[in-house]
Design a protein around this ligand. Structure first.
Ligand code: PLP
Length: 383
């Protein structure tokens, strides 16, 4: 029989917190008015949206008026990138890194192919650190935007975004920070980062799927992706999903409160990492860099990570592999390729991502399951 699930895939998505569900429920059942209706039900919804805006602003260190609600991280990233294209005909260049999420990288490559932008993709080293000299050299007077993630989704490596912002602003370029993986795991302050735009997504920090937020620094404008009723400053037309927005703000408050005890998660991650790194022929990806306290990316050399993920799943342990099947062939993840990892290391990379709900017992059981399954898979390969 399948064991109880040990969920260590929180960078993919998280379970919705009970408090979040409780806060959302009345907005489905009783306070279901359209936030733009003028009757009392509508006003109640409107007030809930505005209070929630304040809640998200507190998580991100910006003014309430600088927050708009979106449906997800992918939308926030697209809104910034596409929304800026018409800004200045003399600035058509976008600078980004080779380890960005596909919602940024594939969009930028598509815009480059359509000759709508000039693109500079800055490499990282084997540990996932951005080459800051190359980045500085790439930012010039034609640069419209520098788009960088605060924390990398596969390795948890935290990038020096405040420094990158200085480099961007020194040449008159804007800074977009994809903070989808960082939100709720490290403090984020729009003013300290000097960020012009910050993207977050609720389902990464115990809010429901289908809601996110984008901060837009006061005084800046974007073209909307679509037109309609003009909600969210005209940038995101469509009736506001009030329950989800309330859920996002509740999750933001809970995440801020839990940040002070995030060291407990880091201790569990360190324990997991130390024990798994003692299995022979393993390496921890990005471990010399500042990293999120919840993420461990470990390569089990010469093991196919997707086989390991499937066999761990049979033991009730949910983790993820960067390597994925494309057109019938297993390919290492773009991030591992960008980090110049040899194939036998890249193909064996498994991501373990914890949450504030992860327990010591779960980590101990996960370690035992990984040791057993890695040994089993290695035996199969050598037989
Ligand atoms: N940016 C980063 C760094 C991510 O990790 C993800 C999702 O994994 C996204 C953007 C996309 O977010 P969403 O799934 O909410 O569209």
């Amino acid at each position: 029989m399948r064991a109880v699930t040990i969920y260590l895939d929180n960078n993919a998505t998280t379970r919705v917190a009970d408090e979040v569900i409780s806060a959302m429920t009345p907005y489905y059942r009783e306070h279901f008015g359209n936030a733009h209706a003028i009757h009392s039900l509508g006003r109640r919804s409107h007030d809930a949206v505005e209070e929630s805006r304040g809640g998200v602003a507190r998580l991100l260190g910006c003014a309430d008026s600088e927050v708009i609600f979106t449906s997800c991280g992918t939308e926030g990233n697209a809104l910034v990138i596409r929304g800026l294209l018409d800004r200045d005909p003399n600035r058509r260049k976008v600078v980004t890194t080779s380890v960005e999420h596909p919602s940024v990288l594939t969009l930028l490559h598509a815009l480059e192919r359509a000759r709508q932008i000039e693109l500079a993709v800055i490499p990282v080293n084997e540990e996932g650190a951005i080459d800051l000299d190359a980045l500085q050299a790439a930012i010039d007077d034609r640069t419209l935007l520098v788009s960088v993630m605060l924390a990398q989704n596969e390795t948890g490596v935290i990038h020096p975004v405040a420094r990158i912002g200085e480099l961007a602003h020194a040449r008159g370029a804007l800074l977009h920070v994809d903070a989808v993986q960082a939100a709720g795991k490290i403090p984020i302050d729009q003013r300290e980062l000097d960020a012009d735009f910050i993207t977050i997504s609720g389902h990464k920090f115990h809010a429901p799927k289908g809601v996110g937020a984008l901060t837009i620094r006061k005084g800046l404008t974007l073209q909307p992706l679509w037109y309609g009723g003009g909600q969210e400053l005209g940038l995101r037309s469509g009736t506001e999903p009030v329950p989800s927005i309330v859920g996002l703000a509740t999750a933001a408050r809970l995440a801020s409160e839990a940040l002070s005890s995030f060291d407990r998660v880091r201790t569990l991650r360190d324990r997991l990492e130390t024990e798994l790194a003692s299995i022979k022929e393993t390496s921890v990806n990005g471990h010399t860099q500042p990293r999120l306290g919840n993420t461990a990316n470990i390569s089990f050399h010469d093991v196919a990570a997707d086989d390991l993920v499937r066999s761990l799943d049979r033991d009730g342990v949910c983790v993820s592999a960067g390597a994925a099947c494309h057109s019938g062939r297993i390919e290492p993840s773009g991030t591992m390729k960008a980090m110049h990892k040899p194939l036998r290391v890249a193909m064996g990379a498994v991501r373990f991502s914890l949450s504030r709900y992860t327990t010591e017992e779960e980590i101990a059981a996960a370690v035992t399951a990984v040791e057993r399954n890695v040994a089993g898979l290695r035996r199969t390969v050598t037989v």
